[in-house]
Ligand binder design. Structure first.
Ligand SMILES: [Zn+2]
Length: 212
């Protein structure tokens, strides 16, 4: 991607999209390029994201970069003090206060690159993402490849035992045999309600963290 970055001060770059769209890879690519230019870079990620080992973020293609797991977005500011560029992976799992922290850091001169799922498996905006995307200086919405038709996928399909997950199901089902696929709008299937009357409906206004 070709960007004209500000020549001074900080800014916020947001990288969003569905699962398997290469968000972590894009985040790491940008951080590596800054690192090559002699800038101090690091990645923060929610500590609840246990896909990766504790000291590194690993993209699907296997690249690694230094990372710190944090619980509270308030910890980002002291962490970023020694760095020129702060990457945040899986930013959708942080509470809304993460956006204020990103803005404060950018105002202080830090380049913040935040990557996360823009929508949960219900195709609803995910946690702090709407606010983050609105306040970011630059936004990239990446696409994956739809596993059904091969078209550009913008949604994350959650499957439990091969069927679309109920839209009112638990956000994180411990031990459930669930899986995820990237799907386009036409191939995305909305799950029925798990309990009561089936059919389409609106999820709770504030869906919690989604499993992957
Ligand atoms: Zn499709």
């Amino acid at each position: 991607m070709i960007r004209n970055h500000p020549s001074c001060g900080g800014w916020i770059e947001a990288i969003c999209g569905p699962m398997f769209s290469g968000k972590s890879e894009e985040l790491i690519r940008r951080l590596r390029r800054a690192e090559i230019a002699g800038q101090a870079v690091m990645i923060a990620k929610p500590i609840s994201d246990d896909r990766y080992d504790l000291s590194h973020v690993v993209s699907h293609s296997g690249h690694r970069i230094r990372a710190a797991g944090i619980e509270d977005p308030g910890a980002l500011a002291p962490l970023a003090a020694e760095y020129d560029v702060l990457g945040i992976d899986e930013v959708q799992f942080f509470p809304g206060s993460v956006v204020e922290v990103c803005v404060a850091l950018a105002d202080r001169g830090v380049r913040v690159i935040a990557a996360g799922l823009d929508m949960d498996y219900r195709a609803e905006p995910f946690g702090p993402m709407p606010e983050l995307l609105a306040r970011a200086d630059m936004v990239d919405k990446l696409q994956a490849v739809c596993v059904r038709c091969g078209g550009p996928a913008t949604l994350s399909q959650r499957l439990i035992d091969g069927r679309p997950a109920p839209w009112d199901g638990e956000t994180v089902m411990v031990g459930a045999h669930d899986a995820y696929e990237a799907r386009c709008r036409g191939c995305y299937e909305r799950g029925d309600a798990a309990a009561g009357v089936g059919g389409r409906g609106h999820p709770s206004p504030a869906p919690g963290p989604d499993g992957r």
